[in-house]
Design a protein around this ligand. Structure first.
Ligand code: ATP
Ligand code: MG
Length: 281
């Protein structure tokens, strides 16, 4: 998904508009392509409405942006869609849509709000409804993995054709893994020149463990210069090459450890000349 398509999308109040009708033609086309792929991938699931999640290995890879635009695109195809913000630690949906921040999912799960209050119209499409993360709870993982969560999702099946869960990153908190077994599928977002391949490996192993069906990968921040739908990448393999950039403490520390280990190994080798001149120290 192309960088500029999102940068150009701001509303008259200068809000960070990243949604649906405000996107460029090429971005909308890319989301349509993603929609088609997702709809086909979920077609085998015959148990009513399709409940799927979007996650990524680390923070800031474009999950929420991809998720809300995909939800909008599905609603455009005359399906009833529910978007659930499941990042109960850093809720942001209310900043992008004309909706209230709370009550939301956490309030529903602890029984302090009614569905009629928590379920909101998205304000950007008649067939797109949203539930925000709600008031910040102390125990998001537990709430997401609870029987009550399961029952809530089941109750949505009758009312919506697609239910899209916007999840936190896999390697940072366990929330996404807790809910994975309740989903018909999962999309994994990777950000070009940013996603750490090892974090992606960890992510895939964790998801495999929960047995959720991985529907495919979306590559974001792709400014390769290709036009239209080609800017967007979707695949079922994760063999892309990534360059590394660590913005988050945990990964920075892990990378430091790995480099120190590599340095130790290299210094124990006898030959002073590097065989590959392009190899970085
Ligand atoms: N495909 C894209 N191209 C360019 N910019 C993007 C793209 N997707 C998202 N962004 C921008 O990147 C930033 C982070 O995006 P977003 O909030 O969707 O990421 P996230 O993975 O949900 O983050 P978090 O892990 O914090 O939930 C936002 O400013 C968003 O506008
Ligand atoms: Mg997000």
């Amino acid at each position: 998904m192309n960088k500029n398509a999102h940068r150009n999308a701001e509303d008259s109040r200068g809000r960070r508009a990243m949604v649906g009708g405000k996107l460029s033609f090429s971005a909308s086309e890319a989301y349509k392509l993603l929609r088609t792929n997702v709809m086909f991938s979920l077609a085998e699931d015959e148990d009513g409405s399709r409940i799927f999640g979007i996650t990524s290995p680390i923070k800031g890879e474009g999950k929420s942006t991809t998720a809300i635009n995909l939800a909008y695109s599905i609603a455009e195809s005359a399906k009833r869609v529910l978007f659930i913000e499941m990042d109960m630690r850093l809720p942001v949906l209310h900043k992008s849509l004309p909706i209230s921040k709370a009550p939301g999912l956490s309030d529903l799960l602890v029984g302090s709000a009614l569905l009629t209050d928590a379920l909101q119209k998205s304000g950007i499409h008649d067939d797109l409804y949203v539930i925000t993360a709600g008031n910040l709870p102390p125990n998001p993982s537990e709430l997401l993995g609870s029987e009550r969560m399961k029952a809530l999702l089941e109750s949505f099946r009758e009312r919506f054709d697609y239910i899209l869960c916007d999840l936190p990153p896999i390697t940072v908190v366990s929330d996404a893994l807790m809910i994975s077994p309740m989903l018909s599928g999962m999309i994994v977002v990777v950000r070009k020149n940013y996603t750490d391949m090892r974090a992606l490996d960890v992510t895939m192993r964790q998801l495999e463990f929960t047995q959720v069906k991985v529907l495919g990968f979306v590559m974001t921040f792709d400014d390769s210069g290709e036009t239209g739908a080609k800017r967007y990448r979707y695949g079922n393999k994760y063999g892309y090459k990534y360059s590394y950039r660590y913005d988050y403490g945990y990964y920075a520390a892990a990378e430091k450890r790995r480099r120190e280990e590599d340095r130790r190994k290299n210094s124990s080798k006898t030959s002073p000349a590097r065989e590959n001149p392009e190899q970085k120290p």
